[in-house]
Design a protein around this ligand. Structure first.
Ligand SMILES: [Zn+2]
Length: 419
């Protein structure tokens, strides 16, 4: 058993920080956490001195794409490199993401469920993964790889990742079953176009009918999966909320639908704005993507503020994997810059994020009984949120009681060696 003693504890529940705390870890779980005077230190416990540091839950990214790289046709269609090379690079990105303090990542599409197994079996280090495997959309939507010259691409090049194209109530229901069979922990659907979609199919264009979206939600829930829905504005956004998806991903034009924001609050639908990817779309996207992203930005920020005011819970998802990996905490900073308090933004990357992805009973907060997913940093994220992005400040990354980064440097006085 180990006791981390003396840190300022920000436990991810939104409660005020606890100075001079104790967090007791037994095997893979947190045994107790609280102020020093309130937690009994058992005989033989190994004391780790973390005074002067901040202890947080391991961070959670609720929307990433660990396998993708770039938005060019050759990258998206896998024309330039063999799948083996892509996957070796992905293994490195997965490890790097864990080392940055992210102990859980929900991958929103194209990551083979084998990566999850590789991590669980200890083949490669990485965060706890929840995977969507494929993105489900109608013909012409996000899942449909079709070039202006008429070429089509069946999928990702990985036979374990089904094409996400599905049409009609029966087709959509069958597709949900297919992605679940391929190992999906969450069902990802797209009901609108996006900033990154082809010219002529933008953020407010929609394809699915209410009946089709309802079929996806019904089948996913029947199979115990949540539905994360790429929806940005207009009709497809309205229908997604009406059909009862579990989270709205992006939601850049929610501000134009105050009634929908109210409905999200009432129905516990999470909002995952994914601000990070739009920074890159604005700076590095193709010309039509840059102008779409610039036009959306003020609406996106207003959407967040209106959602918060209405009581909608917000989770930190980067969606940035197509551009950048290993800087997932950028999103927490962007949430704060868009109007969340630093504590709210931290909840977005911890407690609320765990609720968004359905892991609230296992993680997201530093509380007795939860998995020992911990992050210790040198710095106070409540006064300067960007310290989360500074790797030189990372002192400990622990997942399930196992340390993957440990730079506490023997500052802890060893106890009697029992653990
Ligand atoms: Zn995405």
């Amino acid at each position: 058993m180990k006791a981390f003693v003396g840190a300022t504890l920000i436990d991810g529940t939104g409660k005020a920080p606890v100075k001079n705390s104790v967090v007791l870890v037994k095997e893979d779980r947190i045994e107790a956490a609280g102020p020093r005077g309130a937690v009994m230190l058992p005989d033989g416990v190994e004391i780790v001195n973390v005074s002067g540091l901040t202890l947080l839950p391991g961070l959670i990214d609720t929307h990433d794409h660990l396998v993708t790289e770039g938005y060019s046709l050759s990258q998206r269609w896998g024309l330039s490199e063999p799948l083996s090379l892509k996957y070796l690079k992905t293994a490195r990105a997965v490890e790097d993401t864990l080392m940055s303090g992210y102990t859980t990542v929900r991958d929103a599409g194209w990551l083979d469920a084998g990566f999850k197994r590789a991590i669980d079996e200890g083949v490669i280090p990485g965060p706890r993964l929840l995977v969507a495997v494929a993105i489900i959309s109608a013909t012409g939507g996000a899942a449909d790889r079709f070039s202006p010259a008429g070429y089509s691409h069946p999928g990702f090049g990985d036979p374990l990742i089904p094409s996400g194209v599905a049409n009609g109530v029966d087709g959509v229901r069958a597709k949900v079953r297919e992605v679940c069979r391929a190992g999906a922990d969450v069902v990802k659907i797209a009901t609108t176009g996006g900033v990154g979609s082809r010219p002529g199919f933008g953020p407010k264009d929609s394809l699915y009918t209410l009946e089709e979206i309802r079929a996806a939600v019904d089948e996913a829930h029947f199979q115990g999966r949540k539905v994360m829905c790429h929806a940005i504005g207009g009709h497809g956004l309205r229908l997604a909320i009406e059909a009862g998806v579990d989270s709205i991903e992006h939601g850049g034009y929610l501000d134009q639908e105050p009634r929908l924001i109210q409905a999200m609050a009432e129905r516990n639908i999470f909002f995952t704005p994914t601000f990070t990817v739009y920074v890159y779309h604005r700076e590095r996207g193709q010309p039509h993507m840059q102008s779409r992203a610039r036009e959306m930005q003020p609406h996106h920020i207003k959407s967040l503020q209106m959602a918060l005011a209405a009581g909608v819970r917000v989770s930190a998802g980067t969606d940035a994997g197509g551009y950048v990996k290993g800087d997932n905490a950028h999103e927490v900073q962007l949430l704060a810059e868009a109007g969340m308090s630093p504590m709210q933004a931290l909840r977005g990357g911890t407690g609320w994020a765990a609720e968004c992805i359905g892991l609230e009973r296992e993680g997201g907060t530093v509380e007795a009984g939860k998995l020992a997913d911990l992050l210790v940093i040198d710095g106070d994220p409540l006064s300067n949120i960007s310290v989360l992005r500074d790797r030189s400040r990372t002192r400990l990354v622990m997942k399930g009681g196992k340390a993957y980064v440990d730079r506490l440097g023997g500052g802890g006085q060893a106890g009697r060696g029992a653990s």
